[in-house]
Design a protein around this ligand. Sequence first.
Ligand code: ZN
Length: 329
Amino acid sequence: MKIKTLKFAMPLVQLVQSVTLAKPAALAALVAMVPLLSACETSTLKTVPSKLGQASSMQQLRASLAAPGTVVFTKHLSANWQINLSGLLNLEHPKAIEAGLEERAEPIEIYLYSLQHPTKGTYFVDSGVSEKMLPNSDTSDLSYGVKMAMDTDALKVRKTTKSIASTFPDGINGVFLTHIHIDHILGVSDLPKGVAVYLGPGDVQLSNFANAAVQGTTDRLLANAKVLRQWGFEGSTKPQVIDIFGDGSVWAIHSPGHSPGTTAYVVNSTTGPHLLTGDASHTAWGWKHQVEPGTFSANIPQSVTSLNVLAELVKEFPQIHVHLGHQSL
Ligand SMILES: [Zn+2]
């Protein structure tokens, strides 16, 4: 079975181990980098505090769900891809063992969500996939090693970010990232220079050896953003929550674990409330059985806590439509 992967923010040893499951050329490309590697941050782009959003609480978020939503919410499938199940799901969890789940190439999807607010403009959550990822593109922001490890041949573009953005003639006011990993920033280069990109704290600053192999790629993919705006999660009450527009329409919930800054979003839309979990839960099986993500996560105990928080919210408000990181329910 052909399994390809890229551990976007994993220790180098795991990165190389994972690629031994992939094609030999990918391993050779990464091994060639080893003498050059030293721990570094995910990106060299400057971060600034977000001017958008105010610290709030889960209590306020819950209260907002009672009112009819005003945001027009649309989910866009930007690409299909595949990756190791062990990265997406903790296969050592008793429920996964009981179900007999084993390592395999798991089909996944890359999404972009558009939020059209009645007065604040149009925002994307995550960025989809740019036209540079089309098979006939002659430019790429991915380094050779990243391209090999990602197995870009298996990535099938369904709708580029440029084509999705073109359906909003008034432009895109910003992008709310669920986190900084490469599969969530592949579309930023299709958006105008200076596009406002928002993300959770700690993703840029996370320092490890694997970043030496992906930092250049991350920087190039995010170049149009110029700076990265960090959500100002505050207070000792967990989870930390932000009311993005100050009117209860769109919420950011700090959901660390997969990465330090992983952020879930709740949108009070004209079709009811929607929860975008980001990679706090990648797969349909993982959500249904409440099994946390696997080896792609930086901190599995934190992933468990974050997944529980989101699951509790949906248990309390079953009318919430749930959208997972890489599969649809
Ligand atoms: Zn992802």
